[in-house]
Write a protein that binds this ligand. Sequence first.
Ligand SMILES: Nc1ncnc2c1ncn2[C@@H]1O[C@H](COP(=O)(O)OP(=O)(O)OP(=O)(O)O)[C@@H](O)[C@H]1O
Ligand SMILES: [Mg+2]
Length: 255
Amino acid sequence: MERMKTGITGLDQMLDGGFLPQTANLIEGAPGTGKTTIGMQFIYNGIVESGEAGIILTFEEFPQQYYRDAAGFGWDFQQLEKLNRLRIIMSSPEVTKADLENIGGRIETLAHEIGARRILVDSLSHFERLSQDPIELRSMAFSFINSLKREGLTSVLTRESPALLGEAPSVDEDVAFLVDSYILLRYVEIDSAVHKAVLVLKLRGSNHAKDIRQFSIGSDGVVVQDKFVGREAIMSGSPRSRAEAFRQAFPGPGS
Ligand SMILES: Nc1ncnc2c1ncn2[C@@H]1O[C@H](COP(=O)(O)OP(=O)(O)OP(=O)(O)O)[C@@H](O)[C@H]1O
Ligand SMILES: [Mg+2]
């Protein structure tokens, strides 16, 4: 089956090769965990490795911020825009329902203009201000996500989670239901040091890694390492404390 590779070392393996085409993929995590970086990397690698043009839709930061952040990893987003391989669209954080329709129209136009196959929506959290009514909100998110799919786009949607450590989200409500895959980023505290960990909670229609893995952000972007617990246990000699830290960071539905 065709896969939309993220090109992120270790992550594609967790995703059994990558995202499925024309799916919506949610990346959720606390501030600074690396949601935007993973999203930018998905777009950048799509362009340079898979020949797939991309769009970035942002509600929070000016395009200049993305140019700067991307340049920090050696990715020249301005150049890619000049080459018509990338478009960055900025929308007001105070989007209204009407804005949302305009945004949909702009995405459609741009997708046709540059033949985009990928989109990063950074972040979905702004949608939550659109309505107080959870049912209406859900239906708006549903139609927005579906409109991206209709355009043939594979999307990465980021969402902030208030929990810094631990506290698993409830998968049975909100957008987690609407998306095809759901990836969680977490801080994990081990022996007074903070590490980052990633878990694929769901990947519709496909197998995926069920274990929690450590990742880091370096000069080339995100790199997902091997299985956290086993590897760390070997290196540290204190497997129990590490395993315990993970259980706290990712409590299962039953715990
Ligand atoms: N060039 C770089 N090299 C190494 N690490 C970097 C580099 N640029 C950013 N980082 C790291 O990436 C992290 C920020 O990642 P990112 O902006 O993707 O997080 P985020 O989850 O989107 O945060 P927010 O919720 O604030 O939007 C920072 O903690 C920073 O340490
Ligand atoms: Mg961000």
